[in-house]
Design a protein around this ligand. Structure first.
Ligand code: NDP
Length: 336
């Protein structure tokens, strides 16, 4: 059982020495639980937060434990009446070949016959696609004709947010890093406007947003924070709704940058929502069904960036922070 462990807490940007790949015996199922053979693991910006010893919505990953990850895999051994060997399950496990679960941990059975790859349950039908779905539909509640501004727009969450915004009849402006990502926003995801944030000051970026949305943004879906967020705050429409979904520009920063233009929230009587997808777990089947239908109708495109092998977990994870990932980042650990 190869396990990708958190060896020490990263200071700023993670380095390879913060982790270690070890080989241990395959675990056995505890009474009432089971062992999952992991096939795909989700690599998420949130994992960076779980590596810190800081108060959060989840406890820190204990040092010496495998990096916590949502995985999809097959039950290899079971002492649970609810799960049989061979069942496909989605659960909170770790970056390792085999995980023990079923005693208190989160696991649900999934029907992989419904999808072209089991990894879909980590992207479109998983927490990431549904982060876009519920954050927009339930939190921001955009109206047709409103302007939606999305940061991290070419990423897994952002690209889905923009496309759902178009389905809902919004005018959609995306902010992403580099010309190629901006091309994809327009050509692959149907955004109305794409803005490249790289190498621009807050004022320059704010001016580009203003040119694209002279009346301001009615909805801001925030994935990035820092300078990008500051530029967006200078472009709020009256009564704007801001969904604070993520702040990836700050995750590797030992000192937080913070938002300097919060005054604009006040003057525009805007609303800032702190948003966690975990609250919506009971409604995943409902959101997943809509996402699946949109995909089947060709209205929603969810790309995946599949990296291979536990031995490449560090390099794969760092793609989130260099911006190398094109779509939902997943690590393939084994065949089904
Ligand atoms: P993405 O697929 O969007 O990958 C991360 C992207 O972030 C990179 O490709 C890169 O794109 C961008 N990025 C990285 N570093 C920086 C930086 N310093 N400044 C600006 N952009 C940067 O990941 P996800 O879709 O999985 O996650 C997107 C956001 O959503 C994250 O903030 C994450 O924490 C959040 N999230 C929140 C959830 C919730 O419940 N609140 C649930 C799931 C995700 P580029 O090349 O454009 O810079």
């Amino acid at each position: 059982n190869r396990r990708f462990l958190l060896a020490r807490r990263p200071h700023g940007t993670p380095v390879p020495e913060d982790f270690s790949l070890v080989e241990e015996p395959v675990p056995t199922a505890p009474e009432g639980g089971f062992v999952v053979r992991n096939c795909f693991a989700s690599l998420d910006p949130a994992q960076r937060g779980w590596m810190d010893d800081a108060p959060s919505y989840m406890p820190p990953i204990p040092l010496g434990d495998p990096v916590r990850a949502t995985t999809i895999g097959v039950i290899a051994e079971s002492k649970s009446p609810d799960f049989a060997v061979g069942d496909w399950v989605l659960g909170m496990n770790g970056l390792e070949d085999y995980s023990v679960n079923g005693v208190g941990g989160f696991t649900m059975k999934v029907d992989v016959g419904l999808v072209d790859s089991p990894s879909r349950f980590l992207s479109a039908m998983g927490a990431v696609g549904l982060t876009a779905y519920f954050g927009l539909i339930d939190v921001a509640k955009p109206q047709p004709g409103e302007t939606l501004l999305v940061s991290g727009a070419a990423g897994a969450v952002g690209s889905a947010v923009g496309q759902i915004g178009k389905i809902l009849g919004c005018r959609v402006i995306g902010i992403a890093g580099g010309a190629e990502k901006c091309r994809r926003l327009i050509e692959d995801y149907g955004f109305d406007v794409a803005i490249d944030y790289k190498g621009k000051s807050v004022d320059q970026l704010a001016a580009e947003i203003r040119a694209a949305a002279p009346n301001g943004a009615d909805v801001v879906f925030e994935n990035v924070g820092g300078d990008v967020f500051d530029a967006e705050l200078l472009n709020l429409a009256k009564h704007a709704r801001i969904v604070l979904c993520g702040l990836i520009s700050e995750y590797n920063s030992p000192t937080k940058i913070g938002a300097r233009n919060l005054w604009s929230v006040l003057t525009n009587q805007a609303t800032l929502y702190g948003y966690l997808i975990m609250d919506y777990a009971p409604r995943f089947p409902e959101g997943g069904a809509v996402m699946a239908q949109w995909m089947a109708e060709g209205r929603l495109r969810i790309d995946e960036d599949v990296q291979h092998g536990l031995e490449n977990a560090y390099d794969a994870f760092m793609r989130l922070f260099s911006g190398a990932n094109t779509g939902k980042l997943v690590l393939k650990i084994a065949d089904g």
